[in-house]
Every structure is written in C-alpha cells, then in structure tokens.
Ligand binder design. Structure first.
Ligand SMILES: [Zn+2]
Length: 360
C-alpha cells in the first residue's frame, strides 16, 4: 500500500533538536487490530493518499508510514540532543552540518535554511519581520552575517515572530532583541513554556543521553493573539492558534509577492508530527488545530505553502527548482489553493489513521 522506497532518502542529522526530541522520544503502541479498526485505518490512509497525489508524497509516506507502523524519517533519527524546553548539548555542532546560504524566495520573502530548521524574513518598507530565529548558536552566522548576501540589513529587523516556544525556533531571538531592539512575539502559552521550560530528562532518559544545556530566552515582550495581525510597512502577519505540538503553537498567514503578483502564504508553525509524539488527548487537540487552520487558510485563499522545518515539504528540492527557474515558469512555492488544503488533509488523515490504529 505504501512504498517507502519511492521516498527520497532524507537527511539524517543530530539536529532534529527540540522539536524532534518529542518525535523521537516517543513510540507508537501497536495494538492488535480488529477487522473494523483495520478498515478504519485503511480508509484514512486511502484518503490521505488521494489527497497527497503527486504533490505531497513525502508528507504522506512519512506520516502515514508512521501511522501504519512502518516508521518514518523522524522515527529513524538518532536521539535528539535537546529536550523540548529548548536545551541542547553544550557547544555548537560542526558548521558544515547546518550552515546554508540564504535564498530570496519571493520579492519580499527570504529563507535562512539549515538542515533541520529554517527562519524566514519578510522585507517591508519599514523594516524586516523575522519568522523564527533558529538556534542560539546559528543566529549570528546564518541570519545576521548572511543578510547582506541577499541585500538585507539586520539592523532593520523590527519583529521576530516565534511560531512556538522550542529552542530551535526561539534560540536566536534573544540575540536579535538585544542587538537590534527587535520586538519578540509569541503566544501567551508559549511565552510561559519558553520562560518556564519543563526540566530536562535525566541522563539516559528518553530526551537523549546527555543533560541538555539551557537556551537563554528573550525578555518577555509582545503577546500574539488569534487573528490580530502584526503589521509593519503595510505587511500583515496574522497568527492562528494551533495548539498540539506545544500549548501555544501558531500558524501564520501573510502576503508574498512573486514577480509583482500577490499570493497568500501560510506557515503551519507547530511542527508536523508523527502520532507517537503526543498523547491521545494531544492528538485530538492537534487534529482540531489542523481543522481550524484549514478553515482559516481556506477563507484567506492561501496558495503558498511554507514550513519552519524542511522535513516534509521538499524545501531543498523547491530551492533547486527556484534556482533553475525559467522566465514565465511558476514559483515552486506556489502550490495553489486546492493543494494547500490537501497538504493539511494529508496531515489530518494520516493522524486519524494513527488514532484509529491505537484503538485495540
Ligand atoms: Zn517544536
């Protein structure tokens, strides 16, 4: 039913990090399936496969592969180096394991990618809005020092919108706040998570073998509210609350310009999860959040899909296509309104399959 051999080999890296810790640290129970349960699982997997079509094959194979107990990329990652509170082993990893040059993706949008997590910069007439800040060790070289390569000035960073309170997203925010006076924006729930992270697991615990080094959070600043946009220079970034991965994870919706033409982008900022990453109650909340995001992005006519992890949407392949883009060819990040909805459908159906599989 699922041929995982069709999926390109994904990068295995130490740095699945804060978000990955939750994925790697858990396992999916594999109860014996009754006929009814098996049928339910199969129907959700079939629905996911139909939604995936050719566009979301990696997403489908990883998530539904996990749901069917085949494991996926995330389940094959080595133990994460940091706990969900954002800690990591002390000392940065080798530069060549994480560093990538920034890329201009739209007229007003730039990506700062690493192997496992990425930040975005929206350029406006009044300054820059950052979406996430990556790790504390990567923010200076990956973002600040690299900005001039794509014509940006880090002194123009006015806001850092952090999608959720894990260290691979907020780690660099304190630096940007301290050096450039940037305002840092999170949901209230994830300010609480970030400023009061749960204790790291003891040695040998499921968060990894070594105790995690704490990451310094930014000072308490602005609180994002559902539907109330962060505005700068005519650009609006609208938060949508999508709890599940963390209590205050946010999706973001904003306008991008491709060679003068307007599009609407959405970034599902709570990491896409395999079912084993969260409790049954968490799964239901996560499913509800996907439904909510689906409704809002449909209303907003979202036609551009973006992520803050390059795990499941083929970021590197898209960047390669963008590099070789011919005049008149489409921007590979513009997936179309229908395909954006299907992106969320694949997530939801694979998760529903996983939930059904957990019922003995
Ligand atoms: Zn996370």
């Amino acid at each position: 039913m699922i041929n995982l051999n069709n999926v390109p080999a994904r990068r295995r890296s130490w740095a699945a990090a804060a978000c990955g810790a939750a994925i790697v640290g858990a396992t999916v129970p594999a109860p014996a399936q009754t006929g009814g349960t098996a049928n339910t699982v199969a129907s959700h997997v079939a629905a996911a496969k139909a939604a995936a079509d050719d566009t979301w094959l990696i997403l489908y194979s990883e998530l539904c592969g996990g749901a069917m107990g085949f494991g996926g990329r995330a389940s094959s990652l080595p133990p994460a180096r940091g706990g969900p509170g954002g800690g990591r082993q002390s000392g940065p990893p080798p530069r060549d394991e994480w560093y990538r040059d920034p890329v201009k993706v739209f007229d007003n949008l730039y990506v700062f990618p690493t192997a496992d997590v990425n930040a975005w910069a929206i350029q406006t007439s009044d300054g820059i809005i950052m979406i996430d800040a990556t790790y504390d060790y990567s923010v200076k070289e990956l973002i600040v020092d690299a900005m001039p390569k794509v014509g940006l000035d880090p002194r123009q960073i006015k806001y850092v919108v952090v999608t959720h309170g894990h260290g691979d997203h907020f780690g660099g925010a304190a630096y940007l706040q301290e050096h450039y006076g940037a305002h840092v924006v999170l949901s209230q729930a994830d300010w609480d998570l970030m400023l009061n992270p749960p204790p790291a697991a003891p040695k040998g615990g499921k968060q990894g073998k070594a105790p995690a080094a704490p990451v310094t959070p930014p000072k308490k600043d602005l609180v994002a509210m559902e539907g109330q946009p962060i505005t700068l220079g005519g650009e609006k970034v609208t938060p949508v609350m999508i709890p599940g991965h963390t209590p205050g994870s946010m999706g973001l919706i904003f306008e991008v310009i491709d060679r003068g033409k307007k599009h609407t982008a959405a970034l599902f900022g709570g990491t896409i999860l395999l079912a084993g990453a969260i409790s049954d109650a968490g799964l239901q909340q996560y499913l509800h959040s996907i439904d909510h995001f689906k409704e809002i992005t449909k209303q907003a006519k979202v036609d551009v899909e973006l992520q803050n992890h390059p795990l499941y949407d083929g970021l590197e392949e898209r960047l390669a296509k963008l590099r070789d883009r011919k005049p008149g060819a489409p921007n590979p990040f513009v997936v179309g309104k229908s395909n954006y909805q299907k992106f969320l459908d694949v997530q939801a159906e694979c998760m529903r399959a996983a939930v059904a599989r957990r019922v003995p």
